[in-house]
Design a protein around this ligand. Structure first.
Ligand code: PMP
Length: 345
């Protein structure tokens, strides 16, 4: 495919249309802030999320290594977006897909998976790693039992962070003409923050600051792992039994600081992004933008902050944007105030 084809928006397949997502400046929620803050609109990828990039890279690598062959089956354990991206790319290449999801996944995500013809297994979320029904253990069992099955293993697959080193990072660098000074992302598998952060640091002689945005109780930022409501980011490992198990897709040394964002603050930011910027985005974007705004408040006019918007708010209309859901759980979004800036790690 030529550069001219991409400019015209002509692609050979759905996988070829992944990437080159827009940077969109925030203009109203940044009132009183001197720095420029951009959202990298990953929800405009063809399969709807930042995970399109990792899914394509993992399937390409498995094909190249001979682990995934014609007629094969893709198996993954995922909260949804990786499964959707894998399923769509797999469908376009003639593979079958099975995904195992935790029971807190939204109804919209499950319906989407089924629409792509995926076999969905729902398990209890939040179980310890040793439990036979732990997400990954169920997926590994299925992959072992089905002939021609390949487990994509996004948490430990090097193709996941590599996808962001090779695409997301270079896109942000060229879209900001090398002016980006701060990069903010939530941490799920860690692929996005690791790959993008490593690339941006390498091209800026280590000048770009990388900021993780973490749910308040996630163990990535020192929480105790008790439940939170923002989907797809944070880590709940049981500290006593599992504290040495970090995903290999996450390289903590690339992260300069982590902001701990309570659910209520993330939901308050989501509401403002929709009503003041016209941007309907998901919970992990709310967490990332809340962290980006905290950081941006401390910066000057020459600074350029880029926050990742992994998916769309359309996936969560029955949750974060539903006043009854919010009210039932005791969230007072209208009065949610931005949190304090947390110190450097
Ligand atoms: N937000 C959403 C909505 C996601 O689906 C994911 C992927 N689990 C993330 C954030 C985190 O991205 P990563 O896995 O690259 O850390």
């Amino acid at each position: 495919m030529t550069v001219a084809d991409r400019k015209l928006g002509v692609f050979d397949s759905v996988a070829d249309a992944i990437g080159y997502t827009p940077l969109i400046r925030l203009n109203r929620v940044t009132e009183g802030i001197a720095a420029t803050v951009y959202l990298k609109a990953e929800y405009l990828n063809p399969l709807g999320s930042v995970k399109d990039r990792a899914a394509r890279a993992m399937i390409d690598a498995a094909e190249a290594a001979g682990e995934l062959r014609p007629g094969g089956t893709v198996v993954e354990s995922t909260s949804g977006n990786t499964g959707i991206a894998l399923a769509a790319i797999a469908a376009s290449r003639g593979y079958r897909t099975i995904v195992v999801v935790p029971d807190k996944s939204s109804a919209e995500k499950l319906a989407l998976l089924r629409a792509y013809g995926v076999e969905v297994h729902v398990t209890v979320g939040g179980l310890p790693r040793q439990h036979p029904e732990f997400l990954k253990n169920v997926a590994l069992r299925l992959a072992a039992d089905i002939p021609g099955a390949w487990y994509s293993g996004q948490y430990d697959n090097p193709a996941n962070p590599a996808a962001h080193r090779e695409t997301t990072g270079p896109e942000i660098w060229s879209q900001t003409a090398g002016r980006v000074t701060h990069f903010v992302a939530g941490i799920g598998t860690g692929g996005t923050i690791t790959g993008t952060g490593e690339y941006l640091k390498s091209v800026s002689d280590g000048q770009v600051r990388v900021i993780g945005a973490d749910p308040e109780s996630s163990v990535y930022s020192g929480g105790d792992g008790h439940a939170w409501y923002v989907e797809s980011i944070g880590h709940y490992l049981h500290p006593r039994t599992d504290s040495d198990e970090w995903p290999q897709s996450y390289h903590p040394e690339v992260v300069d600081r982590i902001e701990r964002v309570p659910d209520a603050e993330a939901f308050g930011v989501l509401r403002r992004l929709a009503r003041e910027e016209g941007l309907l985005v998901g919970g992990s974007t709310g967490t990332a933008v809340a962290a980006a705004l905290r950081v941006a408040r401390t910066l000057g006019p020459g600074d350029v902050v880029v926050a990742i918007a992994p998916d769309s708010g359309r996936n969560y209309l029955s949750k974060y944007f539903d006043p009854q859901w919010l009210g039932r759980l005791g969230f007072d979004i209208a009065s949610a105030e931005p949190g304090p800036l947390v110190g450097d790690r």
